[in-house]
Design a protein around this ligand. Structure first.
Ligand SMILES: Cc1ncc(COP(=O)(O)O)c(C=O)c1O
Length: 386
């Protein structure tokens, strides 16, 4: 190993950039003392909605609750099928079984790692065969790349299904000139620290263009309150974003556009430096899309060998995600589209994510590229010598 340790995501560099502004923002909350739903929460909601062009933003405790609040707002329940990509983080599917609805796993496309409209069509037919009502699609903007929302939306409109965009990784991206945040009937996101827009703890949000739905979500996140907090008109959750986290997010949102541009530059440098590498597929960005680059993810047939070679050179890598959800023990009893999810299976075996954050300097990135290149070179010569 040579050189200083490389961060997979460098939150300390971001903290240095924000400097005093963070402690001043925290100090302001400590002075006014409204820790729950303080003024920073309302301001953040307005700024987030303005950022992405959605009419309303309702913040909540985390990105999983954001999805759960949508389930509750929509009254999803027994007999309903909710279509979920097999290749995503578990939270996307986790919110479905507690409602009594059935998650039905569909496949993704290799080109963008996202829900495959053709597999969704097959899933809808399968739901009907199983006697389930096709009710909702949760599309994921995996690794920051927007799903194919127009194609998915056309299916949802035809079938009378609700389209939810799980943009935990995708907030900040754009699709055909529109920001992620206003592409589905609902968009959810996460402010988990490692996300492109992360806080210093847990946080999340739901975006909607419908005023009545936003009011319903505000009630649901606050124990189902009516006009008064002790007037409980429905079953809800305790799922509010802390004022302290909102204050931190306001500072981070102020530099988010800059950071997204820096992520683009990092991705472009990777693409240039790694192109033409034997047996490596680089992430692609579909025409008309801008990725938020939550991750920079390669496909490599011998992924584990490359991860080990990178580790030897002090370069951290990560595998998001090693097991498709339909194969997870806790989910295997739920239906999968006929024919299975071969693309998800292949991706789970081949994905390898490299360090990606806006503060990745050229010298560090050169070290990462050199480690990947030498790892692939060593793998090729061991195959040649075998
Ligand atoms: C695709 C996806 N959906 C949902 C979530 C859940 O977000 P949170 O961790 O804030 O609950 C995550 C978080 O990693 C995610 O990646």
């Amino acid at each position: 190993m040579s050189g200083s340790p490389i961060a997979f995501i460098d939150l300390a560099a971001q903290q240095r950039r924000l400097g005093e502004r963070l402690s001043q923002a925290i100090g302001r909350v400590l002075s006014h003392g409204t820790y729950i739903l303080g003024p920073e929460v309302a301001e953040l909601e307005q700024r987030l909605a303005a950022f992405c062009g959605a009419a309303h933003c309702v913040t909540c405790a985390n990105g999983t609750d954001a999805l759960q609040l949508v389930m509750m707002a929509e009254g999803v329940g027994p007999g309903d099928a909710v279509f979920v990509p097999a290749f995503t983080f578990v939270a996307t599917a986790e919110v479905v079984p507690p409602t009594g609805a059935t998650p039905l796993f569909v496949d993704v496309r290799e080109a963008d790692f996202n829900l495959d409209p053709a597999s969704l069509e097959a899933g809808v037919a399968e739901a009907r065969r199983l006697g389930l009502r096709p009710r909702m699609v949760i599309a994921v903007d995996l690794f920051g790349h927007p799903a194919d929302h127009d194609a998915l939306s056309a299916i949802c409109v035809r079938e009378g299904m609700t389209l939810v965009d799980d943009a935990a990784q995708g907030f900040g991206g754009t699709y055909r000139g529109r920001h992620v945040g206003c592409l589905g009937d609902y968009t959810t996101t996460s402010f988990f620290p490692a996300k492109p827009l992360g806080c210093y703890g847990d946080g999340g949000a739901v975006f909607t263009d419908d005023a009545a739905t936003a009011e319903l979500l505000r009630s649901l996140r606050f124990h189902g309150k009516g006009g008064d907090k002790y007037d409980n008109v429905r079953i809800g959750l305790n799922s509010r974003l802390d004022t302290l986290q909102a204050a931190i997010l306001l500072e981070k949102l102020a530099i988010f556009e800059d950071e997204l541009a820096d992520r683009q530059a990092v991705a472009a440098r990777y693409a240039e430096a790694l192109k033409g590498l034997n047996a490596v597929t680089l992430p692609r960005v579909a025409e008309g899309c801008v990725s938020a680059w939550a991750q920079y993810t390669l496909l490599v047939p011998d992924r584990d060998a490359l991860a080990a070679a990178c580790k030897d050179k002090g370069v951290p890598t990560a595998v998001y995600y090693p097991i498709p959800l339909n194969r997870q023990t806790g989910y295997a009893m739920h239906p999968t589209v006929p024919g299975g999810v071969p693309v998800s299976d292949r991706l789970a075996a081949q994905v390898l994510s490299l360090p990606m954050h806006p503060y990745l300097d050229v010298a560090t990135q050169d070290r990462i590229v050199a480690a990947v290149r030498s790892g692939i070179g060593a793998m090729a010569s061991s195959v040649a010598g075998a």
